[in-house]
Design a protein around this ligand. Structure first.
Ligand code: FO1
Length: 307
């Protein structure tokens, strides 16, 4: 059994690849980029993984449904509403259903389970917590929700700090903790270490379980050289005082992972990473097509899940 810790756009390729190879895969999904919009509860990372596994994801954008239209959003603009966060017409259905079920008192995890079954997804998708946790970016232009920083403000304001509001009060999903305890292999997706994986591994019971399973935890670097494979990972890492490099990634996961998969071009970082007690494994980590996804996933399974 394999458990994957995942964000959204940076994690969906490995999620899709592993789901094709392993019938016994479960995904623990980040929830700290969730937001309330127009009275709807939107869960971008859960939805990106859901659409990716249902084969309806817009692969070019990395979020939303392929071929979706945005007429609802145009009408919202006509009605004087902000429209910087692009909810598609078909995507809207999921947010409506989820919000209604939440209002009926259902938990986010039971709703996510119901949705993935409705879309005939065999891989289990588990929110890391049923509580609301929110990544806030403190900038020179004020304190804002991560989506406001990334989508509305195009990651332009200077970052002063990043925090996860609600993390202290939140309980980790007990099923997620059990999954980590019982899996043969735990994979950390090449998602953003601060905004995607950070809020999952900062939940104390998940962190504790990962620490005790460290030997079976393998992380995939989202950084090659000093650059992120996608999104603002470098920016957030530097803002948190973490070097943007495979070594910085290793430092961030030092307590919870014993293996790090890095690019074949990053041999220069190996010695420093080994000094942390983390083994390195070099292969192609750029997934440009389905073949690349399968290649990386086969590499992981053959190397770490042969037991
Ligand atoms: N990302 C954008 O850059 N612009 C958008 O307008 C946008 C809309 C959106 C709608 C639904 C959804 O599930 C995701 C969406 N995303 C959008 C992606 C999202 O902002 C981030 O990429 C993830 O939250 C990163 O973890």
């Amino acid at each position: 059994m394999i458990t994957l810790l995942a964000g959204g756009t940076g994690s969906v390729k490995i999620a899709r690849g592993l789901s094709k190879i392993s019938e016994d895969l479960a995904i623990i999904s980040n929830i700290a980029d969730n937001l309330w919009l127009y009275g709807l509860y939107v869960c971008p990372d859960i939805d990106t993984i859901t659409y990716g596994l249902a084969n309806i994801l817009d692969k070019e954008r990395g979020w939303g449904i392929a071929g979706d239209s945005f007429m609802f959003l145009e009408q919202m603009k006509t009605l004087g509403q902000e429209n910087w966060f692009r909810i598609g017409d078909r995507d809207l259905a999921l947010h409506l259903v989820r919000t209604n079920l939440l209002k009926e008192g259902k938990s986010l995890s039971s709703i996510t389970e119901w949705i993935r079954k409705s879309l005939s997804i065999s891989t289990v998708i588990l929110p890391s917590s049923d509580s609301h946790i929110e990544t806030r970016i403190e900038t020179t232009q004020g304190d804002m929700h991560i989506q406001e920083y990334w989508v509305k403000n195009h990651a332009e304001p200077e970052i002063k700090g990043i925090r996860y509001d609600g993390i202290k009060e939140a309980n980790a999903n007990t099923k997620a903790v059990e999954l980590i305890r019982n899996s043969d292999l735990i994979v950390i997706a090449p998602g953003n270490p601060i905004s995607s994986i950070g809020p999952i591994i900062s939940l104390p019971s998940i962190r504790k379980e990962l620490e005790s399973r460290k030997r079976d935890v393998v992380a995939i670097s989202p950084i090659i050289g000093n650059s992120a494979l996608s999104g603002p990972a470098s920016k957030y890492m530097e803002a948190m005082g973490i070097e943007s490099s495979p070594y910085g990634v290793a430092l961030h996961y030092e307590d919870i992972a014993s293996n790090l998969i890095i690019s074949e071009f990053d041999a220069e970082y190996e010695k420093k990473i080994h000094s942390l007690g983390i083994k390195t494994h070099k292969t192609n980590i750029v997934m440009q097509n389905v073949e690349d996804e399968i290649q990386l996933c086969n590499y992981i399974i053959n190397k770490f899940n042969s037991a």
